[in-house]
Design a protein around this ligand. Structure first.
Ligand code: PLP
Length: 446
């Protein structure tokens, strides 16, 4: 039941502001996850702390209710406090969390994943996305006895990847000079970059742009010819675009694949799957062990989540509900002649963009204005529709009604070239994430 309603006033965020003040100087960057932090939300208007969630709705520290379209930055694929998953966690909690020996769920969940994910001849668990992207890169280097990595997309905070971004402080130059980026949907770019020392090519099968001209098949072919391993970073695509992830959706089996986010509906679990002959190196030569790797609450949550996703065909639902929002948004913006804003991406996870050239306005200010007005009307909106199984028809209808109310306001602000004047707080900041034309060559050669 959607109890969120249109409001004339902005939410009271007193408690959020008090907490934020206490964290100043105490918690550097304020947040443990950049996308959840204050830079991504309009300052002075948006709440900063969430305390409770049920289904697709969340409540902030002041008790205000919102429909959430960020869903914990991806993990909450079924919904908050989802009965089947929470019951599995509770049942496991009765028996214990972390043990002194291996837990049967490690075997049971591995078998389940092998039955679903096409490339999962072998399976390893860990806690975070970058645990498994880093393990994948390390084992690829060991297997090929090569050092260079080509990547496309975001792959986490560890040295081998973050050194190619503009947030590279503290990463040795020697490490930075081993990783390079290539551009999505640009096979020539990959062909030019790959060489005899390339251990692996790691990429998100897609982010928002659709794969064109059999791009992923071509990438696989280039890797094969070059003797480099292909790694799919399925953090966003896994258990979301199809139960077996992008590899099932596109019919391409990468040598290794990395999963997290949607796999355990919010519990910290990540998974590396891949060829048995490659993964076998973890037996001894390649070290990949961590205290909480077999933590049982997350494994129980993973089992319940995967069962629910496959039994209820959740990917189909996400696509259907996401399409309503994507098409609905585009219809409203086109009807208003706003060719500078559109919603795009695969239906399960879409993005709303604002074109500075067509509009003549600052895209971050435009995004902030929409966010401000959506928040006023009870929608926690960060420019994405990260769909979950609990996003109801009512949620979708209400959200489209909100867009019908908010987009004319944006249009007026853009027509008047006065977007900044409509903002009641400081605009959001750019996400650092840049996925193309970044470190195409080693630093020392540039
Ligand atoms: C595609 C992709 N790979 C890797 C990661 C890193 O995962 P984590 O933040 O869990 O370490 C993320 C995180 O957002 C991601 O989106």
């Amino acid at each position: 039941m959607n109890k969120v309603k249109f409001n004339e006033d902005f939410p009271d965020i007193t408690e959020s502001n008090k907490l934020f003040k206490r964290s100043k100087g105490l918690i550097p960057a304020y947040t443990q996850t950049l996308a959840k932090g204050p830079t991504q939300w309009i300052k002075g208007i948006a709440p900063k702390y969430l305390k409770k969630g049920r289904g697709s709705h969340v409540w902030d520290a002041d008790g205000n209710e919102y429909i959430d379209y960020t869903m914990g930055i991806g993990p909450v694929v079924l919904g908050y406090c989802y009965g089947r998953v929470d019951d599995a966690i509770r049942t496991q909690l009765e028996d214990g969390i972390t043990f002194s020996m291996m837990h049967p769920l490690e075997v049971e969940l591995s078998e389940k994943i092998r039955s679903i994910v096409p490339n999962a001849e072998s399976v390893r668990f860990s806690k975070t996305g970058c645990d498994v992207t880093t393990a994948a890169v390390r084992v690829a280097r060991a297997f090929t006895r090569r050092e260079k990595v080509l990547c496309c997309g975001y792959h986490g905070w560890h040295d081998w990847y973050i050194g190619v971004t503009d947030r590279d402080a503290g990463i040795p130059a020697a490490v930075q000079d081993l990783t390079f980026t290539f551009n999505y949907n640009d096979i020539e770019n990959l062909k030019q970059s790959i060489d005899a020392d390339t251990a692996c090519v790691i990429l998100e099968p897609f982010v928002f742009e659709e794969a064109k001209n059999d791009f992923l098949k071509e990438v696989q072919e280039v890797c094969r010819k070059n003797g480099s391993l292909l790694i799919f970073d399925e953090m966003w695509t896994g258990f979301r675009i199809a139960v077996g992830g992008a590899q099932e959706y596109f019919g391409i089996k990468p040598d290794l694949a990395c999963f997290s986010k949607a796999i355990a509906n919010g519990m910290p679990l990540s998974v590396l799957t891949g060829r048995e002959d490659v993964m076998r190196l973890f037996d001894r030569d390649v070290f990949f062990f961590t205290t909480f790797g077999g933590e049982a609450l997350s494994l129980a949550a993973g089992m319940a989540t995967i069962n629910e996703i496959s039994e209820k065909n959740v990917p189909e639902f996400l696509s259907m509900q996401g399409k309503k929002l994507k098409d609905g948004y585009n219809k409203i913006s086109a009807g208003l002649g706003m060719d500078y804003t559109q919603c795009s991406g695969y239906n399960c996870r879409t993005i709303i963009t604002f074109d500075p050239f067509k509009s003549g306005c600052n895209p971050l200010e435009m995004k902030s204005l929409v966010q401000q007005e959506m928040i006023k009307n009870g929608i926690l909106w960060s420019g994405f529709h990260n769909m979950c199984f609990s996003h109801s028809d009512e949620d979708a209808e209400y959200t489209l009604k909100c867009y019908e109310k908010v987009l004319p306001l944006l249009k007026k602000a853009v027509d008047d070239k006065k977007v900044a004047e409509y903002l009641k707080g400081e605009p959001v900041e750019p996400v650092f994430r840049k996925t193309s034309n970044f470190n195409l060559k080693p630093k020392k050669l540039q």
